[in-house]
Design a protein. Structure first.
Length: 321
């Protein structure tokens, strides 16, 4: 246990990296598991500390976009809630969303990027195509925000302004779902406003999404993620694999070592690794769900993280929770 980490308070060891029996690295952070009523099942560290959820907030932002007026079809809600890997099918869907709003790719405020999907990235490099905004993993979220902006007859050029009508609605929905108001507003890597929130609020929000009434904005986002996990991530993406292997579970990770997960019955978990490395977050999330009594055996392959030497396993990451 470490006391007094700036901004996070008390943190604990969550995992250690062992190579040939030698502990090479240790990951510290915060972890929380809640029951369907929001009571703590397990807590490690100061879980009420405020974190920046990064892309783990995307399902909450998707809810806000719907409330703000975006008429998202099921697949569109899934990619709005996700961090897609930039495959051609992802781009085609984002283009469709932009066209429905009457804007083009140049309206996207996210930075140009290459796709995370390796075959697609290498193909585009071979074809001489450089980074594009639409290939950036947040372009689905941005397209949904643009749809909501146009639906409200507001200027698309200002959709990323934290004081814009759409962003104010998104912030209100995030505060409703997390049950917290921190007043902390930053700018995410994609350029969109990013609210700080307590880690237990992240878990609370995922639990509420998982048990939301069908047809409500919350329920629509959760249903979309469950129906189309491939749009929340992509081929071999860990978020997608969790939802594919555990039907009904919703999962969304973010940069800097954050993840949220929830089971269909409302048990929900969240993790923040303070060094920002996400390599153990999926396994930690699954371990927390298991502490809640959720059967995660079908995803056991995602709980073993090998440490490689010469291309072969010479160790593993050991969870400490």
């Amino acid at each position: 246990m470490i006391n007094g980490v700036p901004g996070l308070g008390q943190v604990v060891e969550l995992a250690e990296v062992a190579r040939n029996g030698f502990v090479e690295s240790r990951h510290f952070g915060l972890a929380i598991a809640l029951d369907p009523d929001g009571a703590r099942v397990y807590a490690a560290g100061q879980v009420g500390a405020v974190v920046l959820p990064r892309s783990t907030a995307k399902p909450l932002q998707a809810v806000g976009s719907i409330v703000a007026g975006a008429e998202l079809a099921v697949e569109e809600a899934a990619i709005a809630a996700g961090s897609h890997t930039g495959e051609d099918r992802h781009v085609a869907l984002v283009d469709k969303m932009l066209a429905s709003a009457g804007v083009g790719r140049d309206a996207l405020g996210c930075p140009p990027d290459r796709p995370e999907d390796e075959p697609t990235r290498f193909r585009l490099i071979t074809e001489g195509i450089g980074p594009e905004r639409v290939r950036m993993n947040c372009s689905g979220k941005h397209a949904a925000m643009l749809m909501a902006t146009v639906a409200g007859s507001n200027d698309p050029a200002g959709y990323l302004d934290a004081d814009s009508p759409v962003q104010r609605t998104i912030a209100a929905e995030i505060e409703r779902l997390t049950g917290a108001h921190t007043g902390i507003v930053t700018v995410d890597g994609c350029g969109a406003p990013l609210l700080g929130m307590p880690l237990d609020g992240v878990a609370r929000a995922f639990g509420r999404l998982a048990t939301a009434t069908a047809g409500t904005p919350d329920g629509r986002v959760a249903a979309a993620m469950r129906l189309h996990p491939d749009l929340v991530g992509g081929h071999d993406h860990l978020n997608s694999e969790v939802m594919r292997l555990l039907p009904g579970v919703i999962a969304k990770g973010g940069a800097e070592g954050v993840i949220g997960m929830a089971a269909p019955d409302g048990h929900a978990v969240a993790v923040k690794v303070i060094d920002g490395n996400p390599r153990a977050t999926t396994a930690l999330g699954l371990a927390l769900l298991e502490k809640c009594g959720v059967d995660v055996s079908a995803a056991s392959e995602l709980r073993t993280i090998s440490v490689l030497g010469g291309g072969k396993a010479v160790g593993r990451i050991l969870l400490k929770i």
